[in-house]
Design a protein around this ligand. Structure first.
Ligand SMILES: C[S@@+](CC[C@H](N)C(=O)[O-])C[C@H]1O[C@@H](n2cnc3c(N)ncnc32)[C@H](O)[C@@H]1O
Length: 211
């Protein structure tokens, strides 16, 4: 079965997410700038990297390796042309994480912004176990009880996501990370223009944290 994300052109996704009243592309870009600065790990893995939103915040010498993971090859294909300054360090991985989570390579920093909603808690747990980052940072959309896709002229392009989307609770996510040995060091809310918000949860690996 084709994943619904493979039916959404990047231009549609980005046009929707960057609408002034949605503002999620801009918010995620700002969150990623902060995420790149939280640790001095020299490898980063970005889950659901799409067309590389936020990669402009990486200074060319910052990482030895930047793994960009996404299910949509046409999204990933845009990264080298958009960020030629990262050419030597970027590795594009087109995969369905629900099938391949166990096979991922290790990375010091793991970033998962607005993707856990599409892979679920169990798959994310498998990813964290495989990548075993020293620092993990995720952003999820707070559940406001409204539709998870914001109102916009592009809304119907996202209809297919309904069948794979699940709301993620930041407290549950913290608990999951804690069970894997991560001490929660951040739970920060980022308000969006239309009243929705993103919640960022960060954890540092600390064996004493196991519950
Ligand atoms: C809401 S977007 C988040 C994009 C990005 N973090 C940003 O800043 O715009 C979710 C991304 O996850 C990818 N994705 C969804 N399900 C996936 C899966 N099972 N395996 C890998 N990538 C997936 C989609 O193709 C999409 O690019």
């Amino acid at each position: 079965m084709i994943d619904p994300w493979n039916d959404i052109p990047l231009e549609i996704y980005e046009s929707h997410m960057s609408l002034e009243k949605v503002g999620q592309l801009q918010a995620l870009c700002g969150i990623m700038k902060e995420q790149f600065e939280v640790t001095c790990a020299d490898t980063v893995m970005i889950l659901g990297a799409a067309g590389g939103n936020g990669l402009e915040n990486i200074p060319p010498e910052r990482f030895e390796k930047v793994y960009c993971v996404d299910i949509n090859q046409s999204y990933l294909d845009r990264i080298p042309e958009r960020y030629p300054q990262l050419e030597d360090v970027t590795e594009l991985i087109c995969t369905d994480l629900r099938i391949s989570a166990d096979t991922l390579l290790g990375a010091g920093l793991l970033i998962a912004d607005l993707i856990i909603e599409y892979i679920g808690y169990d798959c994310f747990e498998s990813v964290v176990k495989a990548v075993h980052p020293e620092y993990v940072s995720c952003a999820v959309q707070a559940d406001t009880g409204e539709g998870f896709v914001s109102e916009s002229p592009y809304l119907h392009h996202f209809d297919g996501l309904e069948s794979i989307h699940c709301s993620i609770d930041s407290a549950k996510l913290e608990k999951l990370l804690s069970s894997l040995g991560y001490r929660c060091v951040k739970n920060k809310v980022y308000p969006l223009p239309n009243g929705k918000s993103l919640v960022r949860v960060d954890g540092i690996f600390d064996e004493k944290t196991f519950i």
